[in-house]
Design a protein around this ligand. Structure first.
Ligand SMILES: NC(=O)c1ccc[n+]([C@@H]2O[C@H](COP(=O)([O-])OP(=O)(O)OC[C@H]3O[C@@H](n4cnc5c(N)ncnc54)[C@H](OP(=O)(O)O)[C@@H]3O)[C@@H](O)[C@H]2O)c1
Length: 309
């Protein structure tokens, strides 16, 4: 496959490039050469700014383009117009954040946002791609993307914290749903010859307690309920990594993945993802800033005499 990757050097794009090279595809990157210019010295990189023009790609033909990091409809519009006759298939990385109602489980046909939020603009980008590429478009809506090189500090906290040992604050309840996608499984799906259309690219929901046990079966978990965390004024979104305390987001981890699974999505065991993330986290020397500190944790679980709900 002659593959064009818009982006390709941060997280999702990087996994796409790694998978594509491993599969023996011919890969061309299009980016500004800023984020990680020396990452792929042996891969052709066409330098350009997608917010300005894709003219440096003029005259080139590709089987597939994977648009890893499009956020603005006007910018995505430039890309689809420039590539409509030179690329067979346009794969756009969107997000489950497009769904308008995160309090009920979403399938692909659910209503999407129509506003200026991140999810609303991603939904508008999807429409731009579909309007030009139609049946030649794949819209992938990943949930929380995790794995090595994750630039957010959400998932990596957990394997790191569990490896440290001791009494570990576990937020919410063991049965709270958890859902994510390993960036490498996402990359494989983006490159597969899946049917065209829209796909939620996420794991099947699993209880958060099971996820933590998969990471460390002997972890000493101290569950602090959502009402207790909210009463303690913990931020319901990022206060404890991966905990969702806002009832309006109660179904954010219950997205229906059956369409993607039927189209070939496979996901690796969470223990494998966690082990790889931990290895990467150790190799990088940990995060620049701990998203949830030992002091914050201790303040919430207290000493042995404190009730934790
Ligand atoms: N993290 C999550 O949990 C999550 C969940 C759902 C969906 N998503 C989606 O996943 C994607 C994550 O993207 P990523 O950052 O990991 O992708 P990436 O392709 O690995 O990195 C972004 C790339 O875009 C290039 N770039 C930035 N501005 C550019 C410009 N003006 N012109 C040309 N190239 C430009 C960067 O290179 P240069 O700087 O060198 O140009 C870099 O190669 C996004 O689409 C996001 O909406 C994320």
């Amino acid at each position: 496959m002659r593959l064009l990757v818009l982006g390709g050097t941060r997280f999702v794009g990087r996994a796409v490039v790694d998978e594509a090279l491993a599969a023996g595809h011919s890969v061309t990157l299009f980016n500004r050469g800023r984020t990680a210019p020396s990452l792929y010295p042996d891969v052709e990189t066409v330098i350009g700014d997608r917010t300005v023009s894709l003219a440096p790609l003029a005259g080139r033909q590709f089987d597939t383009v994977i648009d890893c990091a499009g956020y603005e409809p006007a910018v995505v519009s430039l890309s689809v117009s420039a590539l409509r006759d030179s690329v067979d298939r346009y794969v756009f990385v969107s997000s489950v954040s497009v769904y308008a109602d995160q309090s009920i489980p979403a399938a692909e046909g659910a209503a999407v946002l129509d506003d200026d939020s991140y999810g609303g603009r991603k939904a508008a980008c999807e429409q731009v791609v579909l309007s030009v590429f139609g049946p030649r478009a794949v819209i992938a809506r990943p949930g929380l993307i995790v794995g090595p090189h994750d630039p957010t500090e959400r998932f990596p906290y957990w394997p790191r914290r569990l490896a440290r040992g001791g009494r570990v604050l576990a937020p919410g309840a063991p049965d709270d749903p958890m859902q994510f996608i390993d960036v490498r499984d996402l990359a494989r799906f983006l490159m597969s010859r899946s049917p065209s259309g829209v796909f939620n690219v996420v794991t099947t929901p699993m209880p958060f307690g099971e996820l933590l046990s998969a990471m460390d079966p002997s972890a000493d978990l101290v569950w602090v309920s959502t009402p207790d965390l909210l009463a303690a004024k913990v931020d319901p979104w990022m206060g404890v990594p991966l905990w969702i305390g806002d009832p309006e987001w109660a179904a954010a981890n219950l997205v229906d993945n059956s369409r993607a699974v039927a189209a070939g999505l496979t996901t690796r065991p969470p223990a494998e993802t966690a082990a790889d993330v931990l290895a990467w986290d150790v190799a990088r020397g940990g995060p620049a800033e701990e998203p949830f500190t030992a002091e914050q944790e201790l303040a919430l679980i207290g000493g042995p005499s404190v009730s934790v709900g």
